[in-house]
Structure formats: structure tokens, C-alpha cells
Design a protein around this ligand. Structure first.
Ligand SMILES: [Mg+2]
Length: 198
């Protein structure tokens, strides 16, 4: 029997698999009713394209930290993505996130629960890193050959610093400018990413 070599790939959570925007908006509406439209999609990374000022965004983030199991309860970003469709593909998945801690379960346990509840991924490998800047080193150390993220900085540093690694950006309104300026390899879906690196 031939052994199948599994390619190690890293997938970010928020803005790729999890709908952080929806979770953030819920808190925004609770703290500042009527200030931001229900269907608002940020086009800037730090929500600088809203009416919210710095202090208000900080208050929202503080409330987020105080929301019990915030990460566990986020929705799927792409309703059409079924993890079962990806079973049997020659990949070993690492879910890598720089989420902070909130009230309730640890970020790692919440993220594992999210992947199980929303996608049916059992025993997912979740790595919670201190900051996005740690991602390239971790991918290098683990021999991760491809990654998908929505944060331009991470994609850019991975593609500049890592050899034998392909870093892709998930197309989102909040990274449109950077991904074009820096000519990043982009995809619209997780499936498209896996097809490209197969
Ligand atoms: Mg992200």
C-alpha cells in the first residue's frame, strides 16, 4: 500500500470560517443602537469606515471580552461550506487564530466547539497564537505548506518570509485594497483554496 502524504495546511477562523462581523455587529447594536446598519460590511480593517469612534470601538471590544463563549457561538461565514465535502482530501488541517480570551471556556475550547458544532469537524487541531505576527514562525516550525487568512499583514509576511509555502488571502471587502496593491494570491472560498494547492 502506498502511503498518502498529507499536506499540512493552516486555515484562519474569523473572516474565513467564522462570521466575526455578525458577532461584532450584535454587540454594536446592543451598546450603540441605530448607529450602524444591520447589514453593514466593513471595508476597513478596524471599522474605521463606520460612524464609530475609537473609544466606542474599544467599548465594543471590551464587551466582546465579557460575552460568555463569544467565539463558540459565532455563525458560519459561508453557509454553503460543508466540511464533509472535504473529507478524504489529502490535507492535514490546522486552525490557527489570534483570538483573545473571553468569558467562559478557553478560546481554544470555544474554537474547537465552533468547528464541531458548525462543520462537524471532530478533534480539530486549533492553535491559538498570541498575535498574528507569530503565524509565519509557527507555520515554518510545523512544516505547513499553505495557508488561508483574511488579514493582509499575515498573508504578506507569510509569502515574504516563508519558502516552500503558499499564502492565500480570502477575498473580503475589508482586504480588497491591500490584496490588490500587494498582488496577493486570493480565493473566494475555502474549496477554491484547496483546489489551488492540491
Ligand atoms: Mg481572520
Amino acid at each position: 500500500m502506498r502511503l498518502m502524504r498529507l499536506k499540512k495546511v493552516a486555515i484562519d477562523l474569523d473572516g474565513v470560517l467564522a462570521d466575526f462581523t455578525e458577532g461584532f455587529l450584535k454587540i454594536t447594536h446592543k451598546l450603540f443602537p441605530g448607529r450602524v446598519a444591520n447589514d453593514f460590511q466593513p471595508r476597513e480593517w478596524y471599522w474605521t469606515d463606520t460612524e464609530l469612534d475609537n473609544t466606542e470601538v474599544k467599548a465594543i471590544l471590551k464587551e466582546l471580552d465579557n460575552t460568555e463563549n463569544f467565539w463558540l457561538n459565532l455563525s458560519k461565514l459561508d453557509e454553503s461550506l460543508e466540511w464533509g465535502d472535504l473529507n478524504g482530501l489529502p490535507f492535514e488541517f490546522y486552525f490557527v487564530t489570534s483570538r483573545g480570551e473571553t468569558k467562559g471556556l478557553s478560546t481554544r475550547v470555544q474554537s474547537e466547539g465552533f468547528l464541531y458544532n458548525r462543520f462537524g469537524v471532530s478533534n480539530p487541531t486549533v492553535l491559538v497564537v498570541e498575535t498574528p505576527t507569530a503565524k509565519p514562525q509557527i507555520y515554518d516550525a510545523l512544516g505547513i505548506v499553505a495557508s488561508l487568512d483574511d488579514f493582509p499583514f499575515t498573508v504578506y509576511t507569510c509569502s515574504k518570509l516563508l519558502r516552500k509555502h503558499r499564502a492565500f488571502i480570502m477575498e473580503q471587502p475589508w482586504n480588497e485594497h491591500e490584496r490588490r496593491v500587494y498582488k496577493m494570491e486570493s480565493v473566494k472560498t475555502v474549496k477554491e483554496f484547496l483546489e489551488k494547492i492540491a
